[in-house]
Design a binder for this molecule. Structure first.
Ligand SMILES: [Zn+2]
Length: 119
């Protein structure tokens, strides 16, 4: 596996995400209006302001996962599923270089977090 290639992508992602989160946390609304103006549609700004913070939170989560993945590269465990230590599919790492689980366990994990107790 070409770990260096993934490492490069993860480092770029880390830089992008950490820069973006800090900026959005500071002036989420201003930032969004500028972005909307750039896109030539100012009417979008008001409607999606609340989503902007959700996106910032999402960035923070992904940033955490990216940093975890970089740590796994240092430890030599990158590309191994955290649950069973099995290999994470290369196709999966190409799409999501910070993926901590193989496809099988990711599905189980998502199914578990989706299923909420119903009365
Ligand atoms: Zn697994």
């Amino acid at each position: 596996m070409d770990v260096q290639r993934y490492k490069q992508r993860l480092l770029e992602l880390e830089a992008t995400l950490s820069g973006r989160s800090a900026r959005e946390a500071k002036s989420g609304r201003e930032q969004l209006i500028e972005t909307a103006a750039d896109a030539g549609d100012a009417s979008v700004a008001d409607e999606s302001t609340s989503e902007d913070f959700t996106e910032a939170e999402l960035d923070a989560t992904v940033l955490q996962q990216v940093q975890d993945a970089l740590r796994r590269i240092e430890n030599g465990t990158y590309g191994q599923c955290l649950i069973d230590g099995g290999p994470i599919e290369t196709k999966r790492l190409d799409a999501v270089p910070w993926a901590p689980y193989c496809a099988k366990h990711q599905q189980q994990f998502e199914a578990a977090s989706r299923s909420k107790p119903t009365l």
